[in-house]
Design a protein around this ligand. Structure first.
Ligand code: IFM
Length: 716
């Protein structure tokens, strides 16, 4: 098995959506779905842009899809040749992980179409594709290439006032509806054979018709180069896109490809985890890291990653806690600059978090549950649609999933712990922590009778139980956040004398400082050695049953399990790791025996209805020395996007796409779980617990080449 690529033979129309995700290419600036060159809106072809959002009327705000400048459709003797429309004798689609290439090879009998496509890792605005057409018999061939502006949108349209330019480079320009941000996509073509050409524009875009007499046995090669720029990148994006296409054409496909490959190679140097012993797992792990690299915002110093990456507009293109808990750890260990970009996004969006807290009547920073541009809250009050009534259901993710602020603060602290670098605190990270702590101070309730401090009416990671009291995970994140303030003061006293005093003064924080020292211990969930931690007040009194029992009660496959009347709400069945997630994040607080006891209690009660769940179970199984129990969770997590797994619907809302959190989770299980890596201020230790299926793991950490086997580990 080639562990560096994935190929699917044959064509099945039903897999079109999944394949769009599975074969996605991207470079952090944009994602290009794994669709055929000749496909369009109906097949969900899309160029998904990072960080640019638009709201159409009162529909959901979502990221913008750019016009598709890699479109090319062949007509042979006047008839279209298109997969799905034209019978194919043979078809295959491949994604190559090592160098980020998408390849298709379709033999239609009369003609064979092959293409190689990439989203340049060297030039974030550039897409390139090379088509090779080989004919069986002579005929009149016409290749319609161009920039397609008929776009797939979930809550669109988002682009208006299209203007086209024809010439050696085709250009489509438009502006977003809400903020009038210009968006431009250009296309240049290169052909090396005699042909006739003409250009045209219509309501679907701007096109070039390339006509030629096809000779049997001859391979005709056409290179398509497309540049995408927006008003967020700088002035005159249209001119810039045309210029980039012209420059790319002068440089040539081979040279562009070489630069792209060289960049990919450098990315793998630091991040590659060579897994020996199980090819299936090795390939799934490579695929996971491939997806992470394809969506990592290296072009920006301050940007995070949406929950469905750049595979489309699902989940409104929003940034969730997934970024801090599942993506940040990979980058913090392999590419700290990128980890900083993810955290800077939270620094830059602090005003949005302050505003949200104030809107709910609290002080401090309440980060959006679904964060969009500038920290705008994308999560709506009605986030799921009921399959029976088709009415929106009131969900409380937006208002009650308050662990998000603690998750953000946790990641800032982890960055410091892993790297020993305090610079992010001084860039604004310290202020983020202080404001998150302030939020919990104003959100918590103090009980007169018990002297306990409580967080009431919240939602933990398990979203099937809404509006519960004292969710252990949430209380722990809040307590940790509060306790970071004195810890930070101590760290910065040495690293940046006077900085905290200035900040406390600036934020008028003296009273909060006095309060929080006493509050943190009272908020922290109570747990006893070897005991099962109750997920929230009253959880143990709920009906004790399994996910299968709950599933058997569904009246509709797509029915939503959560909310007040959901099938899981009154049972102990949980959507995803919750108490176990807490134990994974705070390993030093729980003994191996306690973790195992909790694992064995909660795992059979967990639906794993979120792609974030299995990773936490796998990590904790490693902690109590049972990597064999972790193995299935690892495979499931790592292969989710190859298998097209994960949930595709929440009620009537489409939630499909790639799963960056699981991709990051796969790395965490392999490196932090199986190899047991721990980095503290750049100093590493390893506690290997390889499962029997893995012979060895090799990866780079702290500049050293680590090899882990069943006999131990070496660092070279
Ligand atoms: O952040 C997650 C959440 O925990 C479960 N629902 C999906 C979100 C995005 O991945």
């Amino acid at each position: 098995m080639d562990v560096w690529s994935y190929t699917l033979e044959g064509y099945n129309a039903e897999d079109t959506v999944i394949n769009g995700n599975r074969f996605l290419i991207g470079n952090g600036y944009m994602g290009y779905r794994g669709t055929m060159d000749e496909w369009g809106r109906a097949e969900l072809a899309a160029v998904n842009l990072a960080g640019l959002y638009d709201q159409n009327g009162d529909k959901w705000r979502e990221p913008v899809n750019a016009p598709n400048g890699l479109f090319a459709k062949l007509f042979l003797d006047g008839k279209p040749v298109s997969l799905g429309e034209t019978p194919a004798l043979r078809h295959s689609q491949t994604v190559r992980f090592r160098d980020g290439l998408h390849c298709r090879d379709t033999d239609f009998g009369a003609v064979r179409i092959q293409s190689v496509r990439f989203a340049s890792m060297a030039e974030p605005h550039l897409l390139a594709s090379r088509l090779t057409l080989t004919f069986q018999k002579s005929g009149r061939a016409e290749l319609l290439c161009g920039v397609v502006t008929e776009l797939w949108d979930i809550n669109g349209p988002h682009l208006f006032d299209f203007a086209y330019r024809r010439g050696p480079v085709l250009l489509a320009e438009a502006r977003t509806g809400e903020l009038s941000v210009p968006v431009a996509a250009a296309q240049a073509t290169v052909c090396d054979f005699p042909r006739g050409e003409e250009t045209e524009e219509n309501e679907n875009g701007v096109f070039r018709r390339i006509r030629f007499d096809a000779e049997p046995g001859t391979a005709y090669t056409v290179t398509l180069l497309s540049a995408v720029c927006t008003g967020l990148d700088g002035p005159e994006p249209g001119e810039r896109a045309v210029f980039l296409c012209e420059t790319a054409r002068a440089e040539g496909f081979e040279s562009l490809l070489a630069a792209h490959r060289a960049k990919w190679e450098t990315l793998w140097q630091n991040s590659c985890v060579e897994l020996r012993g199980c090819d299936e797992a090795a390939r799934a792990l490579n695929a996971s890291l491939y997806h992470l690299h394809s969506i990592a915002p290296r072009h920006a110093g301050s940007l995070s990653i949406p929950a469905r990456g750049l595979s489309g507009q699902t989940y409104k293109g929003a940034v969730f806690w997934d970024s801090e808990m599942f993506l940040f750890p990979v980058f913090a260990h392999t590419e700290p600059e990128l980890a900083k970009s993810l955290l800077r996004y939270r620094i830059d969006t602090l005003p949005g978090a302050l505003k949200k807290a104030a809107e709910y009547g609290f002080r401090g920073a309440f980060y959006p549950w679904e964060s969009q541009e500038g920290g705008a809250e994308g999560c709506t009050d009605y986030n799921v649609t009921d399959v029976f009534t088709h009415r929106p259901i009131r969900t409380y993710f937006r208002d009650r999933q308050i662990h998000i602020s603690g998750d953000v603060a946790y990641a800032f602290w982890r960055y410091y712990e892993i790297t020993g670098d305090t610079s992010l605190f001084l860039e604004g990270g310290a202020e983020v922590i202080l404001q998150c702590a302030r939020f919990y101070l104003s959100r918590a309730h103090s009980r007169v009778d018990t002297d306990k401090v409580e967080l009431l009416d919240v939602i933990g990671p398990d979203e099937y139980h809404e509006r519960v009291n004292n969710n252990a995970f949430t209380n722990m994140m809040a307590a940790h956040c509060l306790s970071r303030v004195p810890a930070l003061t101590e760290v910065l006293a040495g690293a940046a004398p006077g900085y905290m005093d200035g900040l406390i003064e600036k934020l008028d924080y003296q009273d909060d400082l006095r309060l929080l020292r006493g509050v943190a211990p009272k908020l922290c969930p109570v747990f006893a050695e070897g005991e099962v931690v109750e997920q929230f007040d009253g959880y143990f009194a709920l009906e004790d049953c399994t996910p299968d029992t709950v599933r058997s009660r569904l009246l509709d496959e797509r029915e939503y399990w959560g909310t007040n009347h959901g099938v899981a709400a009154h049972t102990q069945v949980i959507k995803q790791a919750d108490v176990i997630a807490m134990m994974a994040l705070f390993p030093s607080l729980f003994s191996a025996g306690t973790v195992e006891r909790n694992w064995r209690f909660y795992e059979p009660r967990t639906e794993h209805g979120s792609s974030l769940s299995s990773c936490m179970y796998a990590l904790t199984a490693c902690r109590f020395g049972r990597s064999d129990l972790a193995w299935e969770h690892f495979l499931k997590t790592a292969s989710i996007d190859l298998e097209g797994g994960g949930k595709h619907w929440a009620g009537e809302i489409y939630i499909g796409g790639t799963h960056p959190a699981a991709n990051g989770g796969a790395w965490m299980i392999a490196v932090l779980g199986f190899a047991g890596l721990s980095l503290q201020a750049g100093e590493l230790t390893l506690t290997p617990r390889l499962p029997p299926q893995i012979r060895s793991l090799r990866f780079t950490a702290a500049g050293k080449q680590i090899t882990v086997t069943h006999d131990g580990w070496t660092a070279g």
